[in-house]
Ligand binder design. Sequence first.
Ligand SMILES: [Mg+2]
Length: 124
Amino acid sequence: MGKSLMIVDDSATMRKIIMRTVRMSGLEFDRTEEAGNGVEALEKLKGGVVDIILCDINMPEMCGTDLVKRVRQIPDCNGTKIIMVSTESSQELIDSVIADGANGFICKPFTPEKFQEKLSPFMN
Ligand SMILES: [Mg+2]
């Protein structure tokens, strides 16, 4: 069955770049969604869960680290994989967001190869 993807980033330009990079990586999704912050993402998840969320950290309204905690409280999203995509890359931050329930971390700037490496384990 085809996979679904949600890209959460407060920059519309960055969402486009991420989408293009995902396509360049060769990964294919049946359905893609976009959200500008955590609040929007939660609202869209109510309308239908997704398989993979690519999630920025610094965003207004609700940041990515708070979104991870909230998504992990939604039973329907038990199987949803959350990969953080951020310029912030301290090991402390990575460890804490993984402990909160994120499944991976991609540092900006990124490459199609990096998306392939981090997402393909979740495409089966
Ligand atoms: Mg941001």
